[in-house]
Design a protein around this ligand. Structure first.
Ligand code: PLP
Length: 448
């Protein structure tokens, strides 16, 4: 696991947009490497919206989605729990002071040493979906509080997960619950994941129906203290998406199926918190004019643009997360859209970000902006061929910061005096990627 380490949050006074910040950074002409602008305020706003819409469902952020320490620390400060899939993720989350009770080890196929580590750290709640996992837990952590993961797939999803995890609620789960009882293991709940980027909301109602039935089965088999429902992830994360519809489905199903308040309900959202907060800026460093065929098979002029981030870096999401990314010129020079493709910087022919799109004509040194790039990008990115993984510039507006700095893990931040103009964030860190410091004065706040 690669934890994105950053020391600094830039606090912004007044209105600002990621594009203004990006312009400010690239203006001097010396910034060459790609970079992210991360808006912590977006994370806070999403946390608040979640709480407003689903007060009964406690979000346990899925760390795998983006393990940026500032993102994780912010969610910890706000009071979120965490879904960890490995020893390293548990290490990260506990290192910032999150109590083990706020962690679910939500990987149904765990390594023995990771189970032992969870046990030593007091992370008691973990998922399973097979006999062998039960035997392993019996051996390494017999006091674990187990959550059975069942399969219930959305009709369509950006990344279906049911093919790999989740036992059948009818044919397999009762047998596993019985085995757990025979082994003297305690099962406390049921979990599911409908698929990441789920394209259907009704699936949560179906899945909760299966959970309800399994609560009865489990209790009859001797798991007397069934008390947890985990609705997993699958929530939308893009800027133009909302969780209103899915929240209505979940709330209504919970009211109908789990009216008893003794049953705790958690979720494992990843994409929802991470995606929209990160805007990526990448620069065109080369281009090639070719002739390609249009939709009618006619020859047409086509420009291949080469940018400094590709599928071995942030755009691994195009391959692994099946994301559709869209490039926007930071400073478009024309309204004319011409046929082109966008390629990453490595020597691999696979390294294609957009095989066919239309953009205004771009010059070398022009910057492209990619929005909603925070989910399943940075943790997977590599520096293959020697091209660095983009660094993250984290910003927050002063009002949100005033609230955040009072909270938990972010309380060690200190504020230094200074005024920041809207388009001039300040940040005087030396940049590992040789980018110039953001201009404008002294930082308002430095996260240490
Ligand atoms: N929980 C588990 C067990 C997962 O495997 C994943 C994603 O793969 C998530 C939660 C997060 O899902 P999402 O990003 O769709 O919210």
């Amino acid at each position: 696991m690669k934890v994105v380490e950053q020391e600094c949050i830039t606090v912004m006074e007044g209105e600002w947009t990621p594009d203004e910040v990006i312009r400010d950074i690239v203006e001097g002409g010396t910034q060459e490497d790609p970079f992210y602008v991360m808006d912590l305020g977006e994370v806070v706003a999403r946390y608040r919206r979640w709480k407003e819409l689903m007060p009964r469902v406690e979000p346990f952020y899925a760390v795998k989605c983006n393990d940026d320490k500032l993102l994780v620390s912010t969610l910890a400060a706000l009071g979120a729990g965490f879904d960890c899939a490995s020893k390293a993720e548990i290490e990260l989350v506990t290192s910032i002071g999150v109590e083990p009770e706020r962690i679910i080890f939500a990987n149904p196929a765990k390594m023995a040493s990771h189970i032992r580590y969870a046990s030593a750290m007091g992370v008691d709640v973990m998922t399973f979906d097979s006999e062998t996992e039960l035997m392993k837990v019996k051996q390494y952590m017999p006091h674990a509080q187990l959550v059975i993961r069942i399969r219930c797939d959305a009709e369509n999803a950006q990344c279906p997960l049911g093919i790999k995890f989740g036992c059948d609620a009818v044919t397999e789960a009762p047998r596993l619950l019985k085995l757990a009882a025979v082994l003297g293991l305690e099962v406390i709940g049921v979990s599911f994941h409908v698929g990441s980027g789920a394209g259907e909301t009704g699936v949560y109602a179906r899945a909760l129906g299966l959970c309800r039935a399994l609560f009865t089965v489990a209790r009859n088999l001797g798991h007397a203290r069934m008390r947890l429902v985990d609705v997993g992830g699958g929530f939308p994360g893009g800027s133009h998406t909302d969780i209103f519809e899915v929240s209505q489905v979940i709330n209504a199903s919970l009211e109908e199926l789990f009216p008893e308040r003794g049953v705790r309900v958690i979720a494992e959202p990843g994409r929802y918190f991470a995606a929209a907060a990160y805007t990526l800026a990448a620069c065109v460093h080369a281009k090639r004019e070719i002739t390609s065929k249009d939709v009618d098979g006619e020859a047409e002029a086509h420009t291949m643009y080469f940018i400094n981030d590709g599928v071995y870096g942030s755009f691994n999401c195009v391959l692994y997360d099946h994301q559709k990314v869209a490039a926007e010129p930071l400073n478009p020079t024309s309204e004319e859209l011409l046929p082109c493709s966008v390629w990453g910087p490595t020597c691999d022919g696979l390294d294609c970000v957009l095989p066919s799109t239309r953009l205004p004509p771009l010059r070398l040194g022009d910057w492209l902006v990619f929005r909603d790039m925070g989910a399943y990008t940075l943790p997977v990115a590599s520096s293959f061929n020697g091209f660095p993984v983009p660094r993250v510039r984290t910003l927050v507006d002063d009002k949100t910061w005033a609230v955040l700095k009072e909270l938990g893990p972010l309380s060690s931040a200190h504020v230094s005096p200074g005024r920041v103009s809207p388009a001039s964030p300040v940040d005087e860190r030396p940049s590992p990627s040789h980018s110039p410091p953001l201009v404008g004065g002294a930082p308002l706040a430095v996260f240490v």
